[in-house]
Design a binder for this molecule. Structure first.
Ligand code: UD1
Length: 371
């Protein structure tokens, strides 16, 4: 494997794990990353292995991207703003980094085409996942309507007012873009799958579910929910759960996400396709809050239900991972409790994580985005 792989946004949580997996397979790895403060807190690329060639720069900066593409065989495009809630008010920033950034990358790739471009997309593009009604009919167009006062639960209902049950969502479900972030991720995906073949390259998009594990940014209030909960528990505060905590997600360990990127980069069948990436095991947010508090030795810090929803959030989305399993041979074999203990250990090894979660929630509330 003599290829040099450029990872944009590679100094972050997922990128640093992908970089390590690639180094282990004998690739040379270069990272282009602007080290935004919200994620990196003014620190350098501390998560990166020393063998990685690091270049500081913004993916929207043509000159930086041109330099970063020099001698590169394939690209993994991870540079992005990632907060679903934040995307609903920092609209210009999200569209700029996520969409213009991808456009600049492809503009430069026209002059320096590579073998393959793998982009990180998101399950967010589905909006609500696939649901089944009481008669067994599937619904791929479920929209969340605002919860009526006194309604017993937060789950979407069918036209007769009967609750719909979430079922695994395959790649064929039509997208429903419920947040600026989802719009951005779909654009990134389409740009990749449209432009790569137009210029003799192969494009692949991975739709990630909720990645977690060591290296997750702890002081970033817009980071994933497990890191937010871990930071709060470490600061002896109870995790704050939106809605009633029964919303379902699939939490996938970052090591498995890295494995999926390697497959997406190497497997001949991956070219031109999109793949769901998840563990195949869905859980409620309440369940993971309880399990994390236990793994961190603070079972008394049980979740606090806010009874409020975050604007742009979806209720349930659980994955169907058959395609990546069958076509690329992806498999997951992990112990969730052990992985939470590993996350807890990482949290404990960090300096006291700044708890900016309350401040972030205030920002959303001020703008009427939590109600
Ligand atoms: C996350 C990622 C997104 C990724 C997507 C893929 C982040 C910031 N977002 O979005 O980049 O593409 O997964 O699946 O990593 N919640 C609480 N309390 C909190 C924070 C969140 O209850 O303090 C709830 C949310 O309302 C939501 C769930 O936890 O129901 C997950 O939230 P979050 O971790 O932000 O993930 P997604 O929105 O699913």
């Amino acid at each position: 494997m003599n290829e040099t792989i450029l990872i944009t946004g590679g100094a972050g949580f997922i990128g640093s794990h992908v970089a390590r997996a690639l180094l282990e397979r004998g690739y040379r790895v270069r990272v282009l990353d602007s080290l935004i403060d919200q994620v990196h807190g003014g620190r350098g690329p501390t998560l990166l292995a020393p063998e990685v060639e690091f270049m500081r720069g913004d993916v929207r900066d043509e000159a930086a991207v041109t330099r970063a593409l020099e001698g590169v065989g394939s690209v993994i495009h991870l540079a992005a703003e990632v907060g679903v809630g934040q995307s609903m008010y920092a609209i210009d920033r999200y569209v700029s980094v996520n969409e213009l950034g991808t456009a600049v990358l492809f503009q430069q790739l026209i002059h320096k085409p590579v073998r393959r471009v793998v982009v990180a997309s998101s399950m967010s593009i589905y909006g609500e996942g696939l649901y089944r009604d009481a008669d067994g009919r599937l619904h791929d167009d479920v929209l969340r309507s605002p919860r009526r006062d006194g309604a017993a639960n937060w789950d979407p209902l069918d036209a007769q007012g009967r609750p719909l049950v979430p079922v695994p969502t395959p790649e064929s479900k039509r997208p429903q873009l419920a947040s600026v972030y989802a719009i951005n991720k779909y654009t990134q995906e389409r740009l990749t799958l449209t432009l790569a073949p137009a210029y003799g390259m192969e494009g692949v998009a991975l739709r990630l579910w909720n990645a977690y594990g060591p290296g997750q940014a702890l002081s970033n209030p817009y980071t994933g929910v497990l890191a937010i909960f871990a930071a709060r528990i470490q600061n002896r505060q109870r995790p704050m759960v939106f809605e009633d905590g029964q919303q379902r997600r699939d939490f996938v360990h970052v090591g498995d996400v890295a494995k999926a990127f390697v497959l997406a980069l190497e497997h001949p069948k991956a070219a031109g396709q999109v793949f769901n990436v998840a563990s195949g095991q869905d859980r409620t947010v309440e369940e993971v809050a309880l399990a994390l508090a236990a793994a961190m030795g603070r079972p008394e810090l049980g979740p606090e239900m806010t009874g409020k929803a975050r604007s742009g959030d979806i209720r349930h989305n659980i994955p169907d991972i058959t395609r990546i399993q069958q076509e690329l041979g992806f498999s997951v074999d992990r112990d969730f409790q052990q992985d939470l203990a590993e996350l807890a250990e990482w949290v404990a090894s960090q300096q006291q994580a700044e708890d900016r979660v309350l401040q972030a929630r205030k920002e959303l509330e001020m703008r009427g985005l939590v109600a």
